[in-house]
Design a protein around this ligand. Sequence first.
Ligand SMILES: Cc1cc2nc3c(=O)[nH]c(=O)nc-3n(C[C@H](O)[C@H](O)[C@H](O)COP(=O)(O)OP(=O)(O)OC[C@H]3O[C@@H](n4cnc5c(N)ncnc54)[C@H](O)[C@@H]3O)c2cc1C
Length: 536
Amino acid sequence: MSGITRRGFVKGAALAPLALRSLNAAAQSPVPSERFDIVVAGAGHNSLVTAAYLAKAGFRCVILEGRPTVGGGVKSAQFTLRGFIHDTCSSAHNGMQENPLIKDKEINLEDYGLEYIFPDPVFHMPFLDGAYITQWRDPERTRAEFAKISKKDGDTYWRMWKESENIKPAEKFWQRRLAMSHWDIIRDSFEDNHSRAFMLACPWSQQPAQFPMTGRIAYSPFNQQRHSRPLPKGGSGKLAEALARYIEAHDGVIHTGKPVSRLIVENGKCVGVECADGSSYRAEKAVVSTIHIKHLVDMAPRDLWGADFIDGVNTWQPEFQMMSTNYAASEPIKYPTADGPLSPVHSELLGSPERALRFAYDYAIGAVNLDDPPVHIIQTTVADPTRAPEGMHTIKVVGYHPYDLKEGPKHWDNIKEEVADATLKYIQRYAPNLSNDKILEREVMSPLDIERMNPHNWHGSCHAGGSGPSQSGAMRPMPGWANYRMPIPGLYQTGGTTAPGGSVTGMPGRNAAAVMLKDLGTSIEEVVSRKESKKS
Ligand SMILES: Cc1cc2nc3c(=O)[nH]c(=O)nc-3n(C[C@H](O)[C@H](O)[C@H](O)COP(=O)(O)OP(=O)(O)OC[C@H]3O[C@@H](n4cnc5c(N)ncnc54)[C@H](O)[C@@H]3O)c2cc1C
């Protein structure tokens, strides 16, 4: 699409992203006398969480981010037209709501500008035959949506909602279910294909429905039944901004545009890092990285990692990737319903359960399959009008396609606009109001672009890598090294390559902080018990 400047909007690609560059811009090169306890390599939300706890404990942190802004997958920017604030990657911060950082206000980010919005309706799924299911914040109302289609399915939704309140992996009931595929559970529990499609795609998990050990995913709609799909007011990047503000208010220093290229190892211990521009930063206590393990392993001599670790890196698998297209639009999608047009923040198109079952095969053969493609649509401006000029909207369209095409990943540069066009045509079948004249501008990000944007998205992996049984829990990133301590003493790892994995949960960040604080002679419990007031 050309750089349309209809209706007086200015194309915003060259504008500065909204997320922070550095709050400490004056300190772009190290002052020789500056000393740091902790060097943090990479500034995704997880490593910022780790740094926030360490800073709260009184350790002085320096954070080195390779990109011009902090946040990694938690960023917002005006990359279509001026005034339209798009989330570059994540929008929904569900996982974060269960993190004690937010839940128990262990770190009060509200004092640093973070405010969550909890959209209602939570999720909507329309079908081409005119049926639809809407998930509302009120679980009884969601049950009634299913019951319109099948009374039995309404009752099943309610039963599983109650079961989900008490998942206990050690119990026999759960042992069986967690080992099953989520398709087995959904097919056997619901009788109607609309209900089954909803349960498979709410939210779309990027895990093939028929794979064993994915049973927990059958219960994932209840996570958002509980928390909605919370959005930071003003953009996803507001979480990273609040964390950065907190760290700087606690004597931390953040440098952006500083890709780390090498670990400094002395007497077998990691004591700092060197950046691509030749600058180096030393840590008196520890180094913590969120650099992808596929890259980290090349930043120190191979013999320091040990054979098991190298084997774990060599066998690491990417995930089922996605592409993302951001639209600036003059109105939101309006789905027809019996109660009039509905404009939800989140909606998903999945024509039938069978379509979901073909997903794994398309990835296996490197095919872009545009036949009834599963699509996730996010219109944050419906709940947060601060993100666009008055009356205008942002629409993010996420499609699921492999990075590694038959023709190779570079082929994405040839086909991405065509794939986005076909996906838009498909959406217009469900939402005819989104005609081409309502679209002011768009930016298409293929799985290859998603990797180019952030090296932590290795091979287009939005969550750093697959989260099947071989890369989960005690196997993430690999057996023997799942406790955030790396084989080189003094070096720790956090971020999506560590447990519990990707998404905006902040849990890898908090877990790494807990391990580091213990090794540094204190504990996370002691640190969070300290009362503090807002610092500026
Ligand atoms: C299109 C898209 C939509 C998504 N939607 C959602 C959603 O709605 N909800 C959700 O929960 N998740 C979503 N995700 C996933 C989520 O954004 C990520 O899993 C999460 O942000 C990862 O956080 P992290 O802290 O582990 O790592 P990252 O955010 O990837 O941060 C790693 C950081 O390290 C930096 N870095 C890497 N190498 C170096 C180096 N050598 N030197 C210096 N810095 C370096 C990177 O630049 C980056 O800033 C989405 C992802 C994408 C791509």
